[in-house]
Design a protein. Structure first.
Length: 88
């Protein structure tokens, strides 16, 4: 969920004593990419060197934004929607 267009972090329990070699973000739907971007930033801040995003549906706009902001992150999705409504 977002508040004023920004994602809200409800819960985070990343281990403080170590970093994983790889992290998966399971995102059912990528619309504007704001939530996925925030999750990637959180994992990068934690020090995770390899991040993979798995999604069922993604907007073309959201994928382009994520690839522009995080070209090193692998993104896999089942379906890409070419249109994005104004409300995301």
């Amino acid at each position: 969920r977002t508040h004023g267009g920004r994602p809200i972090e409800y819960y985070s329990r990343l281990p403080k004593d170590g970093v994983s070699d790889m992290a998966f973000i399971l995102e059912p739907m990528i619309a504007t990419s704001a939530t996925t971007h925030a999750a990637i930033q959180k994992l990068k801040g934690w020090g995770c060197p390899k991040i993979i995003v798995l999604s069922v549906l993604a907007s073309y706009h959201g994928l382009v934004e994520l690839q522009k902001l995080h070209p090193e992150v692998d993104i896999f999705t089942v379906q890409v929607d070419q249109t994005l409504r104004e409300d995301g």
